[in-house]
Design a protein around this ligand. Structure first.
Ligand code: UFG
Length: 337
C-alpha cells in the first residue's frame, strides 16, 4: 500500500489520532475520522479530513461508513484512563473490546484488509526484564491494559482466519504535540501536561507519586516518545507489505525511545524549557504504577526501519508551545477584546 490511500481513523478527534491524521493528510492520503466525541474534540480533527460522528457501539452505522470504501483503518478510539478502568471495567470492556469487535465485523463485511491498532505498554504489566521486548509475558495489572490485550488477541485470530493484515503498536509514554494537535484531556492524569499546568499558573505544584522506587532517584522511570515519531510508525505499519496467501498476518511492535527518565528528571527538563521553578511535592505512590517501564523498539527498527528522532526536550518544548497557545485561546475567549 505505497502512496496516497484512503484511510478511516477511529478516534481521530483525540490526541494521538488527530496527530496521525494530520501526518496522513500531509503525505497526501485521504482521511475520514470516525469519533463519538465522548473524549475527543471536533476542532482537533485536522482540516482536510472528513468527519463522521459515530460510535463503535452502533454496528449498522459503522457498517455504512466502512461501506464507503477504505484501503485501511487506523484504530485509536478507546477509553484510556487506567484509574477509571479499575472503577468501571464494564465501560472499558464494552467500549474497547466490543467496539473493536464491531469494527472488525464491519471491516470484514466491507473487505477492508489493513488495520493499525493502538495497543499499549500496559498489556505487559510489571515487567520481568527491562527493556521490555514484545515476547515479554503479557500480564496487565489494570482493566485498561487487559482490554487492549484482549483486542490484540482478537486481531491475531482474525488475521489467522481471514485476509486481514494488522499491526498492534504498543505505545509507552506518549508526549509532545504537532502544531495545533496536542493533549487536551478533560481529566488530565499525565505527568508532562500536569507539570506544564503548574508552569502556566493553573496549578500550584506537581505531586510526585512515590519516591521509594528502586531507581537512582527513587521516582518512577518511564520511556517517553514524541507523538510525531509515533505517528511515523503508524504510517510505516500501514505501508508494510501484506503476505501473499489466503490469510493475513498480525505484527506486534513496541514503541518507545529506549531511554528511561525519572519523574524528577522530567520535571527538571520542564523547568529548563519553561523557565518556571515548578514546585514539586513528594507524596505516596499511585496505585498500580510500576517502577520502571522502558521499551525495546528493536523489532520495529529492524522490520520497518523506524527510528525516533525527537528527545524529551523536544517533547516538552512542543507540548509547552501547544499548552501556551491553548491557554491564550482560552484567555481571549474569556476576555474578548
Ligand atoms: N506522575 C506523577 N505525578 C503526576 C502524574 C504522574 O508523579 O501528577 C508519575 C506517575 O506516577 C508515573 C509517571 O509520572 O510514574 C508517568 O505517569 P503518566 O500518568 O504520565 O503515565 P503512565 O506511565 O502512568 O501511563 C502511560 C499511559 C497509559 C499506559 C501506561 C502504560 O498514559 O495509557 O503508560 O504503562 F497505560
Amino acid at each position: 500500500m505505497v502512496g496516497p490511500v484512503k484511510v478511516l481513523v477511529t478516534g481521530g478527534a483525540g490526541y494521538i489520532g488527530s496527530v496521525v491524521s494530520a501526518q496522513l493528510l500531509a503525505e497526501g492520503s485521504q482521511v475520514v475520522v470516525l469519533d463519538d466525541l465522548s473524549t475527543g474534540h471536533r476542532d482537533a480533527v485536522p482540516s482536510g479530513a472528513g468527519f463522521r460522528e459515530v460510535s463503535l457501539l452502533d454496528p449498522p452505522v459503522l457498517a455504512e461508513v466502512l461501506a464507503e470504501g477504505f484501503d485501511g483503518v487506523l484504530h485509536f478510539a478507546a477509553k484510556s484512563l487506567v484509574g477509571e478502568s479499575m472503577e468501571r471495567p464494564e465501560l472499558y470492556y464494552r467500549n474497547n473490546v466490543v467496539g473493536s469487535l464491531n469494527l472488525l465485523d464491519a471491516m470484514r463485511a466491507a473487505e477492508v484488509q489493513r488495520l493499525v491498532f493502538s495497543s499499549t505498554a500496559a498489556t505487559y504489566g510489571e515487567p520481568t526484564a527491562v527493556p521490555i521486548r514484545e515476547d515479554a509475558p503479557p500480564c496487565p495489572t489494570n482493566a485498561y491494559g487487559a482490554t487492549k490485550l484482549a483486542i490484540d488477541a482478537m486481531i491475531s485470530f482474525e488475521c489467522g482466519a481471514h485476509r486481514l493484515t494488522a499491526a498492534s503498536l504498543r505505545y509507552f509514554n506518549v508526549a509532545g504535540a504537532r502544531g495545533e494537535q496536542g493533549e487536551r484531556h478533560g481529566t488530565e492524569t499525565h505527568l508532562i501536561p500536569i507539570v506544564l499546568q503548574v508552569a502556566l499558573g493553573a496549578r500550584e505544584a506537581v505531586q510526585i507519586y512515590g519516591t521509594d522506587y528502586p531507581t537512582p532517584d527513587g521516582t518512577a522511570v518511564r520511556d517517553y516518545i514524541h507523538v510525531d515519531d509515533l505517528a511515523v510508525a503508524h504510517l510505516l505499519a500501514l505501508d508494510a507489505p501484506a503476505p501473499s496467501g489466503p490469510t493475513g498476518e498480525h505484527r506486534i511492535y513496541n514503541l518507545g525511545n529506549g531511554t528511561g527518565y525519572s519523574v524528577r528528571e522530567v520535571i527538571e527538563v520542564c523547568r529548563e524549557v519553561t523557565g518556571h521553578p515548578i514546585p514539586a511535592v513528594d507524596v505516596g505512590r499511585r496505585a498500580g504504577d510500576p517502577g520502571v517501564l522502558v521499551a525495546s523498539s528493536e523489532r520495529i527498527t529492524s522490520s520497518l526501519g523506524w527510528h525516533p528522532e525527537r528527545g524529551l526536550t523536544d517533547m516538552v518544548r512542543d507540548a509547552w508551545t501547544f499548552a501556551r497557545s491553548r491557554a491564550a485561546m482560552a484567555g481571549s475567549a474569556a476576555h474578548p477584546a
